[in-house]
Design a protein around this ligand. Structure first.
Ligand code: ZN
Ligand code: ZN
Ligand code: FE
Length: 751
C-alpha cells in the first residue's frame, strides 16, 4: 500500500504499527520520498478491516490524499515492524506548525509529569514544523532542533514505535531541550528564577513584552488595560490599525465576541488562525484595540508557552506582530532588540531558533465558509490543487502588496506564507530566500515564471532576472483566475467582477473596477468604472481627499473651488489647486477605474479621513460605519458598449449633496454600499444576456468588505447566478500568486 498526503511528521507510522499489531497482521511500514509504504500479510478480510480503520481514523494531523493497493504473494512474515526510511525524490508534504494537542496540554499541567510547565512540550500530533525546518528530509538534523541532543528519556520515547513521541523531531524536555530567557529592554539577560512568573507580573503591571513565538516575535500587553494598549500603539507608531488579541480559552472569547459554530471550529483548529469575530455590544475591552471596528481579531494559544502566559488574572492579551510600522516581523534573536528597541520593555525569548519568519494567519467566516484574509502559519506549506497533474512546474511571484509566491508541482500548488509588502530590502530578501527554500523543500525546477503585467514591481523585476521564460499576467485577470483555482472551476468562462485598489491594465491605465469575461487562459474586458484622474499617482492611495477632489472636478470642473466642501478645510488652498491642475492637465494623474479609490473619495467626502495610516483603511472604516438598517442606494449610471462604462459621478454627487444636507455619515456609507451592490447586479445581468454566462466570480481586495458581500451575494443568487468566492486563499493580493500560476499552467498547456 502506498499512502500519499500529509503522512510524515504526524504520527502516521505509529498509527499503522499499532493498528497492524492489534489486528495481528505482519509486515512493515516505512517512509520514503513519496510518502508511506505499508506491506501487510494476513487474511484478506483482516487487511480490508485494516484499510477501513486507517481511512476512518488516521492520526489527527494526517491527511490521506491517495491510497494505492497492490497484491503480493504471501512471504510467511510473522511480525510487524517499522522499517528504516528510504531516500527518494522529495514529494512528501511538509506539515504546517500544529497547535499544542490535548495530550501534551494535560502533561503540561500535570505536576507529576516530567514536562510539567515545560514551554516546549510537543509530540507527533503537535508542535513546530514548518518554522523549524531548514531542509529535507524532515529529520531532526535538518531542523533548528539539531543542536539539542536528546536525553536518554527523550531518546527512548523517540525510538519507541508505541510512544506518541516516536520520531517527533522537536521532542524535548527540561533536561535536554530549549530554555526560556528573560531580557531587559536593552537585551541584557536578567537572572530570573522563573522568567514566566516575572513576565506575567510585568504584563499584569501594564508593560509591553516581546514574546518569541513560532514564526517570530509578538508584542504582547494586557488587553484589558487601555493604558497598556495606548502605550503599545504610540511606541509602535501604529495609530489605529487593529490589533489582534489572544484569549486564554473559548469562555474568555465569548465574553467579548459572538462566536458561531464555524468560527469556533476555526478558532480551536490545529491551525489556530486569528479569526475576525463580531464584538459583543457593549464590548468591555479598550476601544483602542480595534478602533471604529465591529470586529475583533481573536486567536487562542497555540504553543505551550502561550498557554503558560495565561491565568485568572491574565485572561486576554494583545498579540501583535513584533515589528515597527511596515517592517517585516522580527524573528532573529540577535537582531530583535535592534528591531523592537524602544517598544518592548522586556523580551521573553528562548534558544530554539526560528528558521523562517511566518506571520499569524487571519481568517473569517462568510455564510458558514472560511473566507481567508491572510494564509500563513498553520496553513502553509500545505498544497492546494490545480485541477490535474501538469508535466511542467510554474513559479508565480505574486504582486507588490501582501505578497505571496506560488510553486506548482504536478497537480499541486504550494502557495507561500505571507511575505509582506515588497517595498523594502528586508522583505525582498525574505521573498528570495522563501522561493529558494520552497524549491528545495518540494524539489521543484520551474519551467516558467509568471508575473504581474506591472514591470516595476520588485517581484516582477525578480522574474525578469530569473533567467526563466516569463508568462505575464494582467493583475485583475490573475484575481479572477485565483477565484477559479480556489473554487476548483478549471474549465469554462465566467463573469469575473474584480474590485481592488490598483493594478496595471493592458491599456496602461490604473484598473480596479473591472468586469472581465475570463477563463484561466485569457480575458475580455466587458465593463469597468469610468476613468477619472488619479492625481499624484500612488500618493492618491494614501490621501483620500485627492480622489474626492478628482471626482468632484469631473462633475463641476473649475467650479469645484467655489463649492463649500468642509472636508477640504484642513487642506491648504495651494495643495488643492495643485491637485486640480494635475487632474485638469493629466500631469502625474494617470486615468484610473479603481473601485478602491472610489471608496477613498466617498470616505473623504463624508469627513471620515483625508489621510490614511495603513493600506485599505478608508474602505474598512467606511464599511464599519455603514448603517445596516439603511436601504436607500445611490445610483450609478452606465453607458452600453464594449466595454460597458459605469459612471460613479451621480453617486459622488448624491453623496456630496447628502453630506451638505446634513445626512449622517453612517447613512451615506450605507447608500454607497447599496448602490454598488445594485450596479453590480445590473451590469452582471446585462453581461449574462450578452455572453450567455451564469457564473460570477468575485475577487479583489474590495471584497474583503463583508457588508458589500452580504448585500451582493444574495442579490446575485436570487437572480439565478452561481457565485464563486474564495475559501482557501485571500481575495486580496495575497491570493494573486495562485491565480498567476493557474493562468501560466493553462497557457503552457495550450503551448
Ligand atoms: Zn502533542
Ligand atoms: Zn529530554
Ligand atoms: Fe489587486
Amino acid at each position: 500500500m502506498r499512502v500519499a498526503g500529509v503522512v510524515q511528521g504526524v504520527g502516521f507510522r505509529p498509527r499503522v504499527y499499532n493498528l497492524a499489531r492489534c489486528l495481528g497482521l505482519a509486515g512493515f511500514v516505512l517512509n520514503d520520498g513519496a510518502g508511506v509504504v505499508v506491506e501487510l500479510e494476513g487474511a484478506p478480510e483482516t487487511i480490508d478491516e485494516f484499510i477501513d480503520q486507517l481511512k476512518a481514523g488516521p492520526p489527527p494531523r494526517a491527511r490521506i490524499d491517495a491510497l494505492e493497493e497492490d497484491e503480493l504473494e504471501p512471504r510467511g512474515e510473522e511480525a510487524f515492524v517499522i522499517a528504516e526510511s528510504l531516500p527518494g525524490e522529495a514529494e512528501t508534504l511538509v506539515s504546517p506548525d500544529l497547535a499544542t494537542c490535548g495530550d501534551c496540554l494535560d502533561e503540561l499541567l500535570e505536576p507529576e509529569d516530567r514536562r510539567f510547565g515545560y514551554p516546549f512540550i510537543n509530540c507527533t500530533n503537535c508542535g513546530p514544523r514548518f518554522t523549524i525546518i531548514r531542509g529535507v528530509p524532515y529529520d531532526r538534523p535538518k531542523t533548528t532542533m539539531a543542536s539539542f541532543a536528546m536525553c536518554p528519556a527523550c531518546q527512548a520515547e523517540y525510538d519507541d514505535p508505541g510512544n506518541r513521541r516516536f520520531h517527533a523531531q522537536p521532542n524535548a524536555c527540561p533536561a535536554c531541550g530549549p530554555r526560556l530567557a528573560l531580557w531587559d529592554a536593552e537585551g541584557k539577560l536578567l537572572e530570573a528564577g522563573d522568567p514566566l512568573a516575572e513576565v506575567k507580573q510585568h504584563l499584569f503591571d501594564g508593560r509591553v513584552v516581546a514574546v518569541k513565538g513560532l514564526g517570530g516575535y509578538h508584542l504582547a500587553c494586557d488587553a484589558t488595560s487601555a493604558e497598556a494598549v495606548e502605550t503599545l500603539r504610540s511606541r509602535k507608531f501604529r495609530e489605529d490599525k487593529p490589533f489582534a488579541v489572544m484569549a486564554r480559552d473559548v469562555a474568555v472569547v465569548r465574553r467579548y465576541c459572538e462566536v458561531d459554530a464555524a468560527e469556533l471550529a476555526l478558532l480551536i483548529s490545529e491551525k489556530r488562525p486569528i479569526v475576525l469575530l463580531p464584538k459583543k455590544e457593549p464590548c468591555h475591552l479598550p476601544e483602542a484595540i480595534a478602533p471604529r471596528n465591529r470586529y475583533l481579531g481573536v486567536m487562542l494559544p497555540y504553543t505551550p508557552l502561550h498557554h503558560l502566559l495565561f491565568d485568572d488574572d491574565l485572561e486576554i492579551l494583545v498579540m501583535t506582530s513584533g515589528n515597527r510600522a511596515d517592517e517585516p516581523i522580527a524573528y532573529r534573536d540577535e537582531r530583535v532588540v535592534e528591531h523592537l528597541g524602544g517598544i518592548a520593555d522586556y523580551y521573553l525569548t528562548h534558544d530554539r531558533p526560528v528558521a523562517r519568519r511566518v506571520d499569524d494567519s487571519v481568517t473569517r467566516v462568510f455564510r458558514g465558509r472560511e473566507y481567508p484574509l491572510r494564509r500563513s502559519r498553520g496553513y502553509v506549506p500545505l498544497p492546494l490543487e490545480v485541477g490535474r497533474a501538469y508535466e511542467k512546474s510554474v513559479l508565480a511571484v505574486g504582486a507588490e502588496l501582501k505578497n505571496t509566491f506560488c510553486l506548482t508541482k504536478g497537480a499541486q500548488a504550494f502557495v507561500s506564507h505571507h511575505v509582506g509588502d515588497l517595498e523594502n530590502v528586508a522583505t525582498v530578501e525574505a521573498f528570495e530566500e522563501g522561493i529558494a527554500h520552497f524549491r528545495e523543500l518540494f524539489d521543484v525546477e520551474p519551467a516558467v515564471v509568471a508575473r504581474d503585467l506591472h514591470p516595476d514591481y520588485l517581484a516582477s523585476r525578480y522574474a525578469q532576472t530569473s533567467g526563466l521564460p516569463e508568462v505575464v499576467v494582467q493583475h485583475h485577470h490573475a484575481h479572477v483566475a485565483s477565484v477559479l483555482a480556489d473554487a476548483g472551476y478549471y474549465e469554462g468562462r465566467v463573469i469575473g467582477v474584480v474590485f481592488d485598489g490598483a493594478g496595471l491594465g493592458d491599456d496602461g491605465a490604473v484598473w480596479g473596477g473591472e468586469f472581465l469575461i475570463a477563463d484561466l487562459e485569457g480575458y475580455e474586458r466587458a465593463a469597468h468604472l469610468r476613468y477619472v484622474p488619479l492625481p499624484g499617482g500612488d500618493r492618491a492611495a494614501r490621501e483620500p481627499w485627492r480622489m474626492a477632489l478628482s471626482w468632484l472636478y469631473t462633475l463641476y470642473g473649475d467650479g469645484v473651488l467655489k463649492k463649500r466642501l468642509s472636508f477640504l478645510d484642513e487642506i491648504p488652498r495651494g495643495r488643492r489647486e495643485m491637485v486640480l491642475e494635475a487632474a485638469a492637465k493629466g500631469v502625474n494623474a494617470p486615468p484610473t477605474s479603481s473601485m478602491g479609490r472610489l471608496f477613498d473619495a466617498v470616505a473623504a467626502l463624508v469627513g471620515l479621513r483625508n489621510f490614511m495610516n495603513y493600506e485599505g483603511q478608508t474602505a474598512l472604516e467606511l464599511e464599519q460605519l455603514a448603517s445596516l438598517e439603511e436601504e436607500g442606494a445611490y445610483e450609478f449610471s452606465h453607458e452600453e458598449g464594449t466595454p460597458l462604462i459605469i459612471d460613479a459621478s451621480p453617486v459622488v454627487e448624491a453623496a456630496a449633496s447628502d453630506v451638505a444636507a446634513g445626512v449622517t455619515a453612517d447613512v451615506v456609507a450605507a447608500r454607497f454600499h447599496n448602490g454598488i451592490a445594485a450596479i453590480v447586479a445590473r451590469v452582471v445581468a446585462a453581461l449574462r444576456d450578452k455572453y450567455a454566462l451564469e457564473t460570477v466570480a468575485l475577487g479583489g481586495g474590495c471584497f474583503q468588505n463583508i457588508t458589500l458581500l452580504n448585500k451582493l451575494a444574495p442579490t446575485l443568487e436570487g437572480a439565478g447566478f452561481s457565485v464563486l468566492l474564495h475559501s482557501r486563499v485571500p481575495t486580496n493580493d495575497g491570493g494573486l500568486s495562485l491565480g498567476q500560476a493557474a493562468v501560466a499552467l493553462a497557457r503552457l498547456e495550450k503551448g
